[in-house]
Ligand binder design. Sequence first.
Ligand code: SF4
Ligand SMILES: [Zn+2]
Length: 123
Amino acid sequence: MDTVSCPRCHQLIDSQAINCPYCRTTLKAYGHPGIPLYRATGDAYLCDTCTYHIDDTCNFPKRPYAKDCTLYQNSEEMKLELEKQRNANSFAVTVKNWIKRNQALMLLVGLLLVCLLIVLSTS
Ligand code: SF4
Ligand SMILES: [Zn+2]
């Protein structure tokens, strides 16, 4: 079982727990382990760092003073994730372009390999 530390009392608890067994803080929304309920720590509001607040797509009534939210999406993490995707994409594009540019060369190498195979199999 995966353990996480409770955002309020910091005891180690099951990551699927709906309530913290120590301080009874609600950790999941609607009593469902698959729906995490994000909680603000300290005085900050969740919305301050939330992607949906920054891009102005959230229409939750709690915004911009949500202390807990099921839809919270950390904007920094989102940025990192996008960055990673972009890097992966640009690598794929580089490879594709290289193949396009060197198609003739690859064809030649392929033909040479076929010739080599024929020579080897007939000798
Ligand atoms: S999704 Fe939640 S945390 Fe994000 S802006 Fe809306 S209310 Fe705030
Ligand atoms: Zn707790």
